[in-house]
Design a protein around this ligand. Structure first.
Ligand code: GAR
Length: 200
């Protein structure tokens, strides 16, 4: 079986990237991470990729032609689909249309709560605690032109505890939801790409 080639886009620590790397050959069988692109130089996610022997690239918005340069790397490397794993830049409609149904994202809440433009990272958990919800979680969804608005693939709920801080909540949501459903969603999409190829 020819595995689906996956590019992971990152900006920071890359714990979700690590969960995907660790899932390869286990939960993630139909796809293989062949490229990691960061929009931030020095992101620890790049070290995680290098340690796993995965090709890396840095594409910074400030250098111009941001999406064109990402798309060139995606196409040159024959990438089948893209995973946004802590990628903190919103992609335009031009980019999301070019890779329609070929981009997925992990978001640290139960969409449609605490999502959309401006809701990223710790801010999501701060807002959940400020609202006083008792359950939150994570969502993996397809990416379209609406921030956090594409079709949902998987969600997993996580309990909020009375003494939670944004940091403790973020950690629990990662451990109990994100790191589990992101590899599962990656496998689901990779598997459907491999199957559709076999039926061609
Ligand atoms: C994760 O919690 C991810 O869900 C979130 O940023 C964190 C990145 O951590 N993404 C967003 O908020 C996107 N809207 P990581 O770099 O350790 O994977």
């Amino acid at each position: 079986m020819l595995k689906a080639k996956i590019a992971v886009l990152v900006s920071g620590g890359g714990t979700n990237l690590q969960a995907l790397i660790d899932a390869q050959g286990k939960v993630l069988n139909s796809g293989e991470i062949t490229l990691v692109i960061s929009n931030k130089e020095g992101a620890f996610a790049l070290t995680r990729a290098a340690n796993a022997g995965i090709k890396t690239a840095v594409v910074k918005k400030a250098d111009g032609n941001f999406e064109e340069r990402i798309a060139a790397l995606i196409d040159e490397n024959n990438i089948d689909f893209i995973i946004l794993a802590g990628f903190m830049s919103i992609l335009t409609e031009k980019f999301t249309n070019r890779y329609a149904n070929r981009i997925i994202n992990v978001h640290p809440s139960l969409i449609p709560s605490f999502c959309g433009e401006g809701y990223y990272g710790l801010r999501v958990h701060k807002e959940a605690l400020a609202y006083g919800v008792k359950v939150t979680g994570a969502t993996v969804h397809f990416v379209n032109e609406i921030p956090d608005g594409g079709e949902i693939i998987f969600q997993k709920a996580v309990e909020i505890l009375d003494d939670d801080t944004p940091e403790t909540l973020q950690k629990r949501v990662m451990e109990q939801a994100e790191w589990i459903i992101l590899p599962l969603a990656a496998e689901k999409v990779a598997n459907s790409i491999v199957r559709s190829r076999e039926n061609d």
